[in-house]
Design a protein around this ligand. Structure first.
Ligand code: GLN
Length: 478
């Protein structure tokens, strides 16, 4: 089996044509992970029993002549901030090193109901805070395209697994770019749906008003298929939207002629020349496909990083308060009093980035500073959303870079948090506005580093986003 080229469609054909059984495929996939994973550290843990049981179920359905689900037998990886019942879920943190969730996230339930086979859990920055996967308590992930470079973050393990072929598709989470940026760095497709499109039930909370669950895959079609399965109202998440979920794959008809695209002026000025050239080439391809491209302006872009790092840290400081050594697994062994126990547990358990954010978030929420920082940032967020809303009166989709540069070297930015934060400049705006956005591969630098192009559309219009990305992907391949 050639795992790196496997698609959902190929798995389906193989199963229905009795080329292989789901159990054979799963056993082979697990073996492939064992061999390949040491090169990247993408997976933190495999779940062979669970995977083989899911595969056996698919085989039984086929044997009985029953209809199989849309993801039947497909090997999937799940980011380790998404809960899996009975399978340790660490969030990349020492604090949760032995945490066994008592329930599954809704997205995982829906994947398995559709026949998917969850192979295991993927590495990530601690509590999804980071842009390089170097904030994991369990070691960094290496980029499959260049082992001395980061895979991006925080869903670095999921992106690396898909790029490496150790999963056909994966789930990631995105609060400020954590699906699109690693997808761009590793050369795969990554999708951040509209806020509320996919239930957050069972996604460990980082910044609740910004958190999304979304798919990564090697083709646009595969990510569209997965989103179709995991999207939709969930009574367990009151912020999940009660909007109809279209069959995204039937909309991938290549019809993009006449589509109006906006190119935000503010996003193109600080790109490295190679990334800029690749994006410009991508835009030319879209023009050849019949799209009309015009320049647009998103004037609040300059305030986006500051706005995000106030709001995200404020929400994080509140969400992370629950890790106190009482209700969850890790507890400092060396405490005499209750307050010492809290202090030592959190002091020993959290990594430096989480501590930095808890302190910053607590500060911006404190009585004397709430108006100056938190409230101000909320107003800026409204301006950013308004920029997009205005642009979408003129254009159907926005095309932009994902990151100012391709994958950087391991260790290069790890001691400079501000430089790390600034690398999120083009991705956090989409999260702040809550609109759908994705990264689709748009070529490689001379040194072989993948670069992604970002597509953003109106709230709940994932269809246009997928259609455009799919047409682009097919034209690139041609
Ligand atoms: N890099 C951003 C951060 O560190 C985004 C993280 C995310 O999307 N989860 O907050």
């Amino acid at each position: 089996m050639d795992f790196p080229s496997l698609t959902i469609e190929r798995v389906r054909k193989g199963l229905l044509g009795r080329e292989f059984s789901a159990r054979e495929l799963t056993a082979e996939a697990l073996r492939f992970v064992e061999v390949e994973n040491p090169k990247t550290n993408a997976y933190l843990r495999l779940a062979p029993e669970r995977a083989l049981a899911a595969a056996a179920h698919v085989d039984e359905q086929i044997a009985r002549g029953e209809e199989i689900g849309p993801l039947a037998g497909v090997p999937v990886a799940v980011k380790d901030v998404i809960l899996t019942k009975g399978v340790i879920t660490t969030c990349g943190s020492k604090l949760l090193e032995r945490y066994v969730p008592p329930y599954d996230a809704t997205a995982v339930v829906r994947l398995e109901r559709a026949g998917a086979v969850v192979l295991g859990k993927t590495n990530c920055d601690e509590f999804a805070m980071g842009s390089s996967n170097e904030n994991s308590a369990f070691g960094p992930v290496r980029n499959p395209a260049a082992p001395d470079r980061v895979p991006g973050g925080s869903s670095g393990g999921s992106a690396a697994a898909v790029a490496q072929g150790t999963a056909v598709v994966a789930l990631g989470s995105d609060t400020g770019g954590s699906i699109r940026q690693p997808a761009s760095f590793c050369g795969v497709v990554g999708v951040t749906p509209t806020y509320g499109r996919v239930s957050r039930y069972g996604l460990t909370a980082f910044a609740s008003s910004l958190d999304h669950v979304g798919p990564l895959g090697r083709t646009v079609r595969d990510t569209a298929r997965v989103l179709g399965v995991i999207a939709g109202r969930d009574p367990a998440d009151s912020t999940s939207a009660d909007a109809p979920v279209p069959d995204y794959t039937t909309e991938l008809d290549g019809q993009v002629k006449g589509l109006k695209l906006g190119l935000p002026r503010e996003y193109l000025k600080d790109l490295t020349s190679e990334s800029g050239d690749l994006i410009a080439r991508g835009v030319e391809v879209l023009k050849k496909l019949g799209c009309q491209v015009r320049e647009i302006s998103l004037p609040s872009t300059d305030s986006a990083v500051a706005c995000y790092y106030v709001l995200a840290t404020a929400e994080a400081s509140s969400n992370l308060a629950r890790y106190d050594g009482v209700r969850y697994t890790f507890r400092s062994a060396s405490s005499d009093t209750l307050s010492d126990m809290y202090r030592n547990t959190r002091g020993e358990g959290f990594g430096a980035e989480c501590k930095r954010r808890i302190m910053l978030g607590t500060y911006v929420l404190s009585a004397g500073y709430y108006d100056a920082y938190y409230l101000k940032a909320q107003k800026v967020r409204a301006l950013i959303a308004r920029d997009f809303a205005k642009s979408f009166q003129q254009v159907d989709a926005i095309v932009a870079p994902v990151s100012p540069y391709p994958a950087f070297k391991l260790g290069e930015k790890v001691n400079d948090p501000l430089a790390m934060y600034l690398s999120d400049i083009y991705t956090i705006t989409g999260d702040l506005a809550g609109i759908p956005c994705m990264s689709v591969p748009c070529g490689k630098t001379a040194g072989g580093l993948p670069v992604g192009m970002q597509i953003l559309t109106r709230h709940f219009d994932e269809t246009t986003m997928f259609r455009l990305a799919d047409a682009f992907e097919n034209s690139e391949a041609a």
